[in-house]
Design a protein around this ligand. Structure first.
Ligand SMILES: [Zn+2]
Ligand SMILES: [Zn+2]
Length: 270
């Protein structure tokens, strides 16, 4: 490689005696003009303060460009994770674990996110109890994707127009690094929904892929109605077999706390 030459090494370079210049912006300064023998015209010395300012401007522009690129990458990343904008700036660090239950859930989720391989996690509880904040924090560490069950249903609807093939959707759900399915049981499931869900759960289990399920439903053993066949019992909803495949080696966390968002609004927990 040829080394870049310093200006003084160029043949015919000659420094001339110092002289006084005047910069319109910075006033008088002393500098050395120079010339190249082969051009034979004197080149004046630029104002050092102007040069400094140019350099500072260049660095600021470069920094801004880098920041914009980072922001764009981050937006892409969060969009791919499908995390709701509400949680873009949230993480385990920003989670307000103001009850022993939430402290416990937080430490379980943090531990899960560090080593999720082959594991399953079920988060049950009313909305606004912090489940989605946990899920977003997990995804930011593991990569993967979160989908509300409705979104997956809508994706399947697109197979009718041939935009996408069913198999492609199933394959993505089976293969993504981490799959979080939200709002399980929000609407009455179709047989097809229960089938693909069961298939995806099995397939991920076989391949040691982690899975997180989020639902407002409750465990049969905690059923407030105490009825067998209560439609809000998660076992009833998913089918006992499917649910026991998740729970035999998975973690179940129930979020029974007061409304987390309500708490924040009230500022009680600050
Ligand atoms: Zn100047
Ligand atoms: Zn029930």
């Amino acid at each position: 490689m040829v080394e870049a030459k310093k200006i003084g090494d160029i043949a015919g370079y000659e420094e001339l005696p110092e002289q006084e210049y005047t910069c319109k912006k910075h006033g008088k300064y002393i500098g050395k003009p120079f010339k190249f023998g082969f051009i034979n015209s004197v080149i004046g010395c630029p104002c050092p303060k102007c040069l400094e300012e140019d350099e500072a401007r260049r660095l600021a522009e470069e920094r801004k460009r880098t920041e914009e690129e980072n922001e764009k990458r981050r937006t892409h990343w969060l969009t791919d994770l499908n995390i709701g904008r509400r949680f873009w700036n949230e993480s385990f660090e920003t989670f307000n674990a103001y009850t022993p239950e939430l402290q416990h859930h937080l430490s379980v989720c943090m531990e899960f996110a560090k080593d999720p391989q082959g594991r399953k996690l079920v988060m049950l509880g009313n909305s606004g109890t912090g489940k989605n904040h946990m899920a977003a924090s997990i995804l930011k560490m593991t990569g993967g994707v979160i989908h509300k069950i409705m979104e997956i249903e809508l994706l399947f609807d697109r197979t009718f127009s041939g935009e996408i093939h069913k198999w492609e959707i199933i394959k993505n759900l089976c293969e993504t690094d981490m799959l979080v399915i939200d709002e399980i049981g929000r609407t009455k499931p179709t047989d097809f929904e229960l089938n693909w869900l069961s298939y995806v759960i099995d397939k991920r289990h076989e391949n040691y892929k982690p899975l997180v399920l989020i639902s407002n439903k409750h465990l049969e053993e905690d059923c407030p109605r105490g009825e067998s066949g209560c439609p809000d019992c998660i076992q009833k909803f998913m089918g006992k077999d499917t649910f026991s495949r998740i729970t035999e080696d998975g973690l179940i966390m129930e979020f029974t706390g007061e409304d987390y968002r309500y708490k924040i609004r009230e500022g009680k927990n600050v």
